[in-house]
Design a binder for this molecule. Sequence first.
Ligand code: VGL
Ligand code: ZN
Length: 199
Amino acid sequence: MQDTTRPIELKPGDALLVVDVQVDFLPGGRLAVPHGDEVVPVINTLVDAFTRRGLPVFATRDWHPPGHCSFREQGGPWPPHCIAESPGAAFAPGLRLPETAGIISKATSVERDAYSGFGGTDLADRLRAAGARRLFVGGLATDYCVLNTVKDALHEGFEVMLVTDAIRAVDVEPGDGERAVAEMEQLGALPVLAARVRG
Ligand code: VGL
Ligand code: ZN
């Protein structure tokens, strides 16, 4: 049995990966994730722990051009959201990313969507350059960008610790978030609660 209560000591090779914690995904935003704002204080405690240890922090952001193919007007599934440089694309107010955080903009080409932070970006190279082997992942949304980022991270050979109290789902269909968590665990991601992570 896996011990799910023992503290997890951060160590060299660990990195924090914050997925799409942006204004448009918060309550009141253009593609609001229910309770999306609740991840912010949890991720801040993780940022503190990683910073204390001098470990790297990366943050992805959805960064669409106007007229992106994922928008309804273009036949896509979503309302327009996270348009590059717009207020809705900004990181959540209150999210305390360190000055040194690596920022990865994704889904930036008009004709292609990318739910994964690894899709068409240099994230894998930047993580490896920072010495990362084990990623602690939190953010939005569980059933889209977190799911696809975690799948790609595992394919890229990173260990993944999924911080289950630092994610929230869109749940277009009820249960999508739970199914996404089950799929990530099935593929090898280990679930952890933020309070277990010791900086
Ligand atoms: C996302 C829907 C559309 C996400 C991005 O960050 O999970 N979801 N674009
Ligand atoms: Zn998007």
